[in-house]
Design a protein around this ligand. Structure first.
Ligand code: ZN
Length: 247
């Protein structure tokens, strides 16, 4: 293991965590970039074979009777981590997204620069993913887009931890449920479709809810993100293959 670690350090790659978890490193650059994910590990098979992959260019195909999102965020943040692929904020128990009467618990949220999903062909400077899971492992992701504009105060609170973050090491963070809700737009109209995780193992069956109203992020905040990552961390757009995209 030490040898492998040294190798990764020597290559300047910062994804020790995934190297440990999956035996093989994946990333966004070079020989482990998204076009190779499916070959890196048998467990990543869906990354190349899946037919309902994410992200996608979101263009509504159907008018659905979409209900208001039942997002009930009450819990504070637990920790923040640079996991080598993104900045992730882990959440204490107690925040729930109810879908068809079933509780999906908010586990974490994290960021992609630039956005992974596009909306009607438009890419955004930043996309936040709120990841929810049922006790039996079903996943739902709420995605929020950010356009350039005023800085977002909650992002400032998270970004202020950057100097303390070492790759793979979680740090405590003070972030209230109110702060977290400030990362959601007031207008919660959304697109809904089925997709996958946008990182290996690219598992499918993920319920996606992409909010239509973007928030704002400052250019300085985007630049600051690149003090943590020297690469864009967005997977390229995947084919929709005739999926229903409801609005
Ligand atoms: Zn994500």
């Amino acid at each position: 293991m030490k040898k492998i670690t040294t190798l990764f350090l020597a290559l300047g790659l910062t994804t020790l965590l995934s190297a440990n978890e999956h035996g093989k490193h994946w990333g966004y650059m070079g020989e482990v970039d998204p076009s190779h994910w499916g070959e890196l590990n048998k467990k990543f098979n869906m990354c190349s074979q899946g037919k309902h992959q994410s992200p996608i260019n979101v263009v509504a195909t159907k008018k659905g009777e979409l209900k208001p999102l039942e997002l009930n965020y009450k819990a504070d943040a637990k920790s923040v981590i640079n996991n080598g692929h993104t900045i992730q904020v882990n959440i204490k128990d107690g925040s729930v997204f109810k879908i068809d009467g079933k509780d999906y618990k908010l586990k974490q949220f994290h960021f992609h620069v630039p956005s992974e999903n596009n909306i009607n062909g438009d890419k955004f400077p930043l996309e936040a993913h709120f990841v929810h899971a049922t006790d039996d492992g079903k996943l739902a992701v709420v995605a929020v887009m950010f356009n350039y504009g005023d800085k977002n105060p909650t992002l400032d609170k998270i970004w202020s931890q950057f100097p303390n973050l070492k790759v793979g090491e979680a740090k405590d963070i003070t972030l209230s449920a109110k702060d977290i809700k400030a990362l959601l737009p007031k207008d919660k109209k959304y697109y809904h479709f089925m997709g996958s995780l946008t990182t290996p193992p690219c598992s499918e069956g993920v319920k996606w809810f992409v909010l239509k109203s973007p928030l704002t992020v400052s250019k300085e905040q985007i630049n600051s993100f690149f003090s943590q990552f020297s690469f864009p961390n967005n997977r390229p757009i995947q084919p929709t293959n005739g999926r229903d995209i409801l609005e």
